[in-house]
Design a protein around this ligand. Structure first.
Ligand SMILES: [Zn+2]
Length: 277
């Protein structure tokens, strides 16, 4: 990775059309560097379109990632729901690879009343089957379980890092807004640095040289995340986060998921560039 690239979760609002190719073109016009394709309601893109997307991304120099469908739960009770979750993740990884994307992000699971340990062991088993299949297909896209914002969701930083240590081909999607919402803390320079150091300690410097970050303002309560907000409407100390990322020379993609998408992505990029190292 050349540096830290900023982009949007989905097609920017100001794109001429609500298509992935138009989104890529708009990202380039805005001077941003990346975009996450939101397959959150299902993977509807075909192989022909994926090739056009790959061509547009290469031509415009825009890096891509993909977000798998929301309907995934690797801790589901019913075997058919586990299989459907595996299939949705595989399908996303296959189309993402055709698009030239380097990472696939997904929401791993809900605890559904299980202890974190029980959930972890089940999730690891079923996820390992997916990783094996992808390796057989020679698909080298990073599969990135996301740090989640609600207490009911699997995905503390610790849990995500544990999975990444244990399973080859897995890397974290570090959602700083979710972690702040879940804990009520982690909103200062020192706390952000502590997360970066924790990642480095568990996964090595390589994880900070190719990171995948989700970020937005966030509204939260006792149970964690309520909804995403624009940065200026939230309590997030985003300048402190940006400063920590710059000081520790973190490289990779930062995907902005504020409701205003490209406005906050540009705000963050400007703030980042304004910090003199
Ligand atoms: Zn997500």
């Amino acid at each position: 990775m050349a540096g830290l690239l900023f982009g949007t979760g989905g097609v920017p609002h100001s794109a001429s059309l609500n298509t992935t190719v138009a989104g890529i073109e708009r990202i380039a016009e805005l001077g941003l560097g990346c975009m996450e394709m939101e397959f959150v309601m299902g993977v509807k893109m075909g192989e022909d379109e994926a090739c056009l997307v790959a061509e547009a991304a290469a031509r415009k120099g825009v890096k891509l990632s993909a977000h798998a469908p929301y309907f995934i739960n690797f801790n589901a009770r019913e075997p058919e729901k586990i299989r459907a979750s595996q299939d949705r993740l595989l399908k996303t990884a296959r189309i993402a690879a055709l698009c030239g994307a380097q990472s696939v992000v997904f929401h791993t699971a809900f605890y559904l009343g299980d202890s974190p340990e029980e959930a972890y062991n089940k999730i690891k088993k079923y996820l390992e089957e997916v990783m094996l299949q992808l390796r057989q297909e020679n698909n080298r896209v990073w599969i990135r379980p996301e740090v989640m914002g609600k207490q009911s969701q699997f995905g503390t930083i610790e849990e995500i890092l544990d999975l990444c240590v244990e399973l080859e081909g897995l890397a974290p999607c570090v959602d700083f807004a979710h972690w702040h919402a879940r804990t009520g803390i982690f909103n200062s320079y020192q706390e952000f640095v502590s997360i970066l150091l924790q990642i480095e300690e568990r996964l090595g410097r390589v994880a900070l040289d190719d990171i995948h970050i989700h970020f937005s303002g966030i509204k939260y309560g006792a149970k964690g995340e309520i909804k995403h907000l624009n940065l200026e409407e939230s309590d997030f100390q985003y300048i402190e986060l940006i400063r920590a990322l710059k000081d520790y020379k973190v490289k990779g993609l930062l995907i902005c998921e504020s409701p205003n998408l490209e406005d906050d992505a540009q705000l963050l990029q400007k703030a980042y560039n304004a910090i003199v190292p």
